[in-house]
Ligand binder design. Structure first.
Ligand SMILES: [Zn+2]
Ligand SMILES: [Zn+2]
Length: 347
């Protein structure tokens, strides 16, 4: 199969002929229909993700068509179109039994700990426990984001911070996950203020229904959010994983507010200095979040299938495998609005 392989940190991905994967016991092989390019892939590319060993095929935001099933798979057969969360939980341990698949100790992560989907085919472990049928009306390029960014935002808002209708959400970082959070929060009946330093991204957020935007390069972002929301956001979603944006998220909250750390703090940002006086005096709650358990797909897919949320504006670039490196390098600077999805696996 054709695959994009990373052999050295920050080097261009090489287009290589790699062996076709075989279905693992309990797993399937998918022909990849689309695979998003996410900031987490940039962490892989730069060497900041400690889970990754080279050489490696990245790509964790995929959907595909089942082409082969391993022993013991009962829910899926060749021809089924499916999406998979990027955390493939075992489905059998106490964490999984309790519904906490994202903390499963036996999880497999295609694109991180296993070969990913910047390739024509990808193997998916624990298929019965993780895959969800791709609804007929959802195009593969939109569905790709349901493996990571959209599901991560959904879990952050509904599974962690319990965002309620009428509440204010402050999104710190208007990239892929931030824009997904904006669209979902609006569908949930919340009001949303998006904070970024790129005017283009703020314009994009406003076109997609943000109630307000704040250019953090031009004014004090927490002060602006406090003013817009008459006393602070109820929930803040940090979408970059840096010390500065995490501090902004905390300081943008009202008393008793909830902050969700969605961005992955990596490299120099793994240990941060933060305004803990604000946490103390505001009696704030802080949630970590990572991925989404597969059992939480149905209400999200219903929202999309019913047309209550339109994810189509999220995908702004459809690219070929050979263009992945350029998209990864774009995360070095504030990236352009919207997300890029690989839809051409032949070039
Ligand atoms: Zn498990
Ligand atoms: Zn991702």
């Amino acid at each position: 199969m054709r695959a994009a392989r990373l052999s050295a940190w920050r080097a261009p991905l090489e287009l290589v002929a790699a062996p076709d994967p075989a279905p693992p016991a309990g797993g399937v092989v998918l022909r990849v229909l689309a695979c998003g390019i996410c900031r987490s892939d940039w962490h892989v590319w730069t060497g900041a993700d400690p889970d990754v060993a080279l050489p490696h095929i990245p790509g964790h935001e995929f959907c595909g068509e089942v082409v082969a099933t391993g022993a013991g798979v009962t829910r899926w057969r060749a021809g089924d179109r499916v999406i998979a969360p990027f955390i493939l939980a075992c489905g059998a341990c106490p964490d999984c039994a309790a519904g906490h698949q994202t903390t499963c100790a036996h999880q497999v992560l295609p694109g991180f700990t296993a070969p990913g989907a910047f390739a024509e085919y990808v193997a998916v472990d624990h298929a019965d426990a993780n895959l969800a049928a791709l609804p007929g009306g959802v195009a593969p390029d939109l569905a790709a984001a349901l493996g990571c960014r959209v599901t991560t935002a959904w879990q952050a808002l509904t599974g962690r911070a319990a965002l309620a209708p009428g509440e204010w959400l402050a999104v710190i970082g208007g990239g892929g996950v931030g824009i997904a959070a904006l669209l979902l929060a609006r569908a949930l009946g919340a009001r949303v203020v998006v904070v970024d330093v790129v005017q283009e991204k703020l314009d994009f957020a406003q076109r997609l229904g943000a109630d307000a935007v704040v250019d953090a390069g031009r004014r004090d972002a927490p002060e602006a959010v406090q003013e817009i929301t008459s006393g602070g956001a109820h929930v803040a979603l940090e979408a970059l994983g840096t010390a500065e944006t995490t501090a902004t998220a905390l300081k943008s909250l009202r008393k008793l507010g909830r902050m969700v750390q969605v961005g992955m703090p990596a490299g120099d940002h793994a240990t941060m200095t933060l305004p803990w006086d604000v946490v103390y005096s505001g009696q704030l709650a802080i949630y970590g979040t990572r991925g989404m358990p597969a059992w939480r797909y149905p209400p999200l897919l219903d929202l999309i299938a019913d047309g209550r949320v339109d994810l189509s504006p999220l995908v702004t670039r459809r690219v070929a495998l050979s263009e992945v490196t350029g998209e990864l390098a774009a995360f070095d600077r504030p990236a352009p609005p919207g997300v890029a999805v690989v839809t051409d696996f032949t070039a």
